[in-house]
Design a protein around this ligand. Structure first.
Ligand code: HGY
Ligand code: MN
Ligand code: MN
Length: 418
């Protein structure tokens, strides 16, 4: 493929890309499985410091905005709103080394290739590491991309975990909590956004496809419930007189599974739970759990969520347990405009005739960036469809093909929007 300047496209430096992915994977919280780089851990901070050095070694000008987003700029021919290519470098507990990391390091590799080849885009290119994409104990995922698109609710910034507020954690990562209570950017501030990501599901692998153009990203409603019963002696408290918070929670958890199963295209999960006093001979007095429902349609999310609430309220009433919905967040479903999906798909198909168009069951920063600019994603396969676990794996040749597709999509979008 040649550029408008007639230059041959540079080759992705596979060894450099793989070395970067290997090195980033070494920044992980000690004593944890797989890759663990949670916001705002020291491992996350040092991984970002290393990344920023790599960006500057590539000759890019770096900055961190009030939302804690790390940007590296490759200047363009003209003073235009930048194209943005990036993802996130935080991870879940015991996650894999490609979720997010591929999109950031792949975008850096594209910037290095373009800079080294003399190809000048019309638009500046921003390589981005968006802050804290993963769900975290503060109950706010996509901290950086939400800051860009909408800002953060002041009560979110005051949430405290282990004596540190979200605002303090944001500041520790280079952000400025005082500056994020309003959207950091207005629509149009970016020309377009592209994110390369592992699929984290089984579809591409099952189809023998190497690339996917993402047609839509699910919406997510995620909420933390506090169920308050009464701790009692496990031996002397008669069953009929108990206020057992954990059995009430069990009914809520099964309602999430039952209601999500009943709604085509929905998924529901309770992945986090804490109980007090958590002692084998004490009737559980309090449970705190986080439930989430996902779907491509907001109405379906609301339907399943309300069914779950109804079931949970009935289970709690039956046991004299109170139910409180504490922190909750919504992420709207998002989709690329037709022209951009078509462009991304034709780039993918040009590299792999078996390329697919498919939705994303995972949430991504792109879902929020879509409020600011045309935004699209490219997927590469996940082995066995596994992700958010140490077994997460994507073959190096697929990683490279993904970066190649990202580079071609950036050039094509740059030309289209010039
Ligand atoms: O939870 C998600 O879907 C994403 O991996 N953060
Ligand atoms: Mn993830
Ligand atoms: Mn991710």
């Amino acid at each position: 493929m040649t550029c408008s300047s007639g230059n041959e496209l540079p080759a992705i430096n596979r060894a450099r890309l793989m070395a970067d992915l290997e090195t980033l994977a070494t920044f992980t919280e000690p004593g944890t499985p797989g890759t663990t780089r949670r916001f705002p851990s020291a491992a996350y901070m040092s991984g970002r410091a290393w990344l920023r050095e790599r960006m500057e070694a590539a000759g890019l000008r770096t900055s961190i905005d009030a939302g804690g987003n790390l940007f590296a700029m490759l200047p363009g021919e003209h003073e235009l709103p930048p194209l943005v290519a990036g993802s996130h470098t935080d991870s879940v507990m015991g996650g894999g080394r490609y979720d997010g990391a591929l999109g950031v390091l792949g975008a850096l590799e594209v910037a290095r290739c373009l800079a080294g080849s003399g190809i000048r885009l019309h638009h500046p290119l921003l390589v981005a590491d968006f802050l804290a994409e993963e769900a975290n104990d503060f109950g706010v995922s996509c901290v950086g991309s939400r800051s860009l698109a909408y800002g953060l609710a002041p009560e979110w910034l005051d949430r405290s975990i282990a004596g540190q507020t979200l605002g303090q954690a944001l500041a520790a990562m280079g952000g400025n909590p005082a500056g994020v209570t309003a959207p950091l950017l207005a629509p149009g501030a970016f020309a377009a956004c592209l994110e390369l990501h592992i699929e984290q599901g089984p579809v591409l692998e099952a189809a023998g496809a190497t690339l996917g153009a993402v047609s839509g990203i699910v919406g997510i409603r995620r909420g933390t419930f506090i169920l308050s019963g009464r701790p009692d002696h496990a031996g002397t408290a008669p069953m009929a007189l108990r206020h057992d918070a954990l059995t009430a929670a069990a009914e809520l958890i099964l309602a999430v599974e039952r209601c999500a199963r009943a709604e085509p295209g929905a998924v529901g999960t309770v992945g986090r739970l804490a109980l007090r006093p958590n002692q084998s001979n004490v009737v559980p007095g309090e449970v705190t759990l986080t439930a989430e429902i996902r779907h491509l349609e907001p109405a379906a999310i609301a339907l399943v969520w309300n069914y779950v609430l109804e079931a949970a309220e009935a289970a709690c009433a039956e046991r004299g347990v109170t139910l409180q919905l504490d922190a909750h967040t919504d992420a709207e479903p998002a989709a690329p405009p037709a022209w951009l999906l078509e462009l991304v798909y034709s780039v993918c198909h040009g590299l792999d005739p078996r390329a697919l168009v498919l939705p994303s069951g995972a949430g991504h920063d792109t879902g929020h960036l879509a409020h600011l600019a045309p935004a699209a994603m490219i997927f590469v396969p996940s082995m066995g469809g596994r992700s958010h676990c140490p077994e997460e794996y994507t073959a190096p040749e697929h990683l490279c093909t993904g970066v190649e597709a990202l580079m071609r999509a950036i050039i094509a979008v740059d030309r289209r929007l010039a």
